[in-house]
Design a protein. Structure first.
Length: 202
């Protein structure tokens, strides 16, 4: 028996959540140009422990819609000003292994805390991010952009002074999804594992 959602063969476009994407772009611009600006304005900034990592990752997520699982690639950036507290920005595009044309993407920024360990190569962390989630539903039954927030955590392993690899788990929540007329919107919770590698800037 077809899902009730499949009775709604139309396209829905939500435009109200462009602010989180703008925040993501602003944050990543600061990551890209911040070191150059601080070098000109405050040469001693790096002495206070500013560390920036940029990297890429592969993710495999359960979409929480009809049991579908999809994979995708993404980018992330971390800014650490203290040994424990920092900020993170990430973007993912899920286009791999989708069923019936389903795709998704997310743009999130937020804070991160690293837990201290005696091993100076392992850095477990917890994070809380917020931003925008976008999904194109199977068989073109709809398309939506939603506010999203995501607790998560993982482990960074320092291969060298410049190279780090990570395993990350994230549990996103999109409270207003799916938003189809006549169908209750109890929210979606895409969640999954990502593995990636990052390069340390200066």
């Amino acid at each position: 028996m077809p899902s009730p959602l499949r009775k709604h063969l139309f396209h829905i476009h939500f435009r109200q959540n462009r602010l989180p994407l703008s925040l993501f772009l602003t944050f990543t611009s600061l990551i890209a140009f911040g070191p150059r600006l601080t070098a000109q304005v405050a040469p001693s900034a790096t002495a206070h422990g500013l560390v920036i990592w940029v990297g890429g990752e592969y993710s495999n997520f359960q979409t929480d819609f009809e049991g579908n699982r999809i994979g995708g690639v993404g980018v992330y950036a971390d800014i650490d000003r203290t040994p424990h507290w920092g900020a993170e920005a990430e973007a993912r595009w899920f286009r791999l292994g989708s069923e019936s044309g389903q795709t998704a993407s997310n743009y999130l920024v937020g804070g991160r805390y690293r837990f201290p360990l005696k091993d100076n190569r392992l850095f477990p962390y917890a994070k809380f991010l917020a931003g925008s989630g976008v999904m194109k539903y199977p068989s073109d039954i709809g398309h939506g952009s939603y506010f999203a927030y995501a607790p998560g955590g993982g482990i960074d392993f320092r291969m060298s002074h410049r190279i780090s690899v990570r395993v990350d788990y994230e549990y996103q929540h999109w409270p207003a999804a799916p938003g189809f007329p006549g169908v209750p919107s109890h929210g979606l919770s895409p969640n999954g594992i990502s593995v990636g590698a990052a390069w340390r800037l200066p």
